[in-house]
Each structure stands twice: as C-alpha cells, then as structure tokens.
Design a protein around this ligand. Sequence first.
Ligand code: KIV
Length: 281
Amino acid sequence: MSEHQPGPRAEGQRSPKKKVTTASLRRMKQRGERISALTAYDHLMAGLLDEAGVDVILVGDSVAMVVQGFETTVGVTMAHMLYHAGNVSRSVQRALVVGDLPFMSYQVNSDEALRNAGRMVQEAGVEAVKVEGGRSVAGTVRRIVEAGIPVMGHVGLTPQSIHKFGTYQVRATGPAEAEEVFEGARALEDAGAFAIVVEKVPAELGQRLSQSLSIPVIGIGAGPDCDGQILVSHDMLGLYTKFHPRFVRRYAQLGDTMRSAFEHYVRDVKAREFPSKDESY
Ligand code: KIV
C-alpha cells in the first residue's frame, strides 16, 4: 500500500457526514425518511444539534420569547436575527441552516423582502430563509427563490400574526380555514418553496398536506404523518416552561437541572465550601 492510499479507518473514526441540502431533504421525503428539525440561536447549542444528527437547524424568531424575554415573536428585529443566525451558521457542518425572516422584514414589499433574505444569506451565512403566511406571501417567495435563495414556508398557526388572531389555539379546525391553509401551502409550493412548516393544525390536515405536496412538510403540532417534525429546542429541553402545548414532548428537564446547580453553587459560596484548596493556586 502506498503511503498516499487511504488505510483502513481507525477504530471509532467516523466517516465525514454528508451535508444536508434542500435537494437531499426532497429525496428524504421521496424515500419516506422522516426529517428531524430543531431550533438553535447560539453557537454551542447549534453544534450539539449538528453532532446529534439533526437534519435542519432553524434559527427561529422564537428566539424573541425563549431567549430575549419578549411576550411574542413580533419584537425581534433583522439585526437580532442576523446576530443569532451568524452564531449558528458558524457552528454547523452537516445540517441545513434556515434563518427566520422576522416580522416586518418581508411584508412591506418584495424588494425589502429580497434584500433582507439576501442579508441573512450573505451576512449571517444561512442557506435558506423562512417566511410565515400562505397565498399572501407567495409572490414574495417566488421573487426570493428566483434570486437563488431557498425559501421555507410556514402555514397554520403563524405566531407573527398573533395580534390579528388573538390566540395561540389550534388552527384550521373548520373546513373553510383548513382549505385556506391547504391552498396557501399549495401556492407556496407553486412559488418554489423547498419545504413548508405547518404549525398546530389537526393531524388530518398535516397528513393531507404531506400526501398532496411534492415538497417536504415539516409539522409542529400537526400530527405524526408529516414528512418531518420540528420543535423549539428550549421547549423540548424543559428550559422554557411558560407554556406547555400538547405537541411539545419534554426530552429533558434542563431548567430544573440548571436551577439546582445554581442553588448548589450559591450554598457552597455562602458556606465557604467553594473554592477548595485543589481549586485554588
Ligand atoms: O420560530 C420558530 O421557532 C418557528 C418554529 C416554531 C417552527 O417558527
């Protein structure tokens, strides 16, 4: 064997993981492989998600509520999103990184939308952007996609419109709204969206959308038959506990773990038990 030929892989050495792209997500749908997606807003969390094999990392505008302390997602700005998206994309090697376009960064007109989508890609390093809305944003989605930026749609419960709807309750429970959501998703697909998030709708609608669209449908509270699932990481880790919607499965209770570690530290400092001799110079 020449010294330039690759030798047998060392024990425990992993093969390099293949980058997730919009095309590979579509292939996953075609072969029936479920897509896993979670949110991240910082470098450390994004790196952990990537190492765990999460397919899509969304820098969600949920950062407003779970990190920044706003009551809703409408307070987060383009500047904030660029900052968080940059932290995330510098950390990720395999997952597809999607950046949320925040409230009022794409609704005014498609020129502004395109400019802001471009900033997310060029300045923050994301590979795709997400916008909320159905038919009303389809023209804007087309414009951004034509410029070469992949767009993920978001229908059903659209938290940026909270003041219009006044509630975070399950959406599209009646036939008229279910049809509106369905047609909105179809309009996004026609406009060139590469995937669609559908939030908090009956499982039947999640299934219908996944079966009818050729692009991946990623559910959050939209039942088990979607092509993929997304959750807000701070919710599934038990870090953000203000609300606990039915669709959030808690995989850890990190808030409790962290609080008890902080309390332990305070006790140790007060009791002069920290630092010890070994922790001193
Ligand atoms: O901002 C966000 O985290 C989202 C998810 C809930 C899909 O849009």
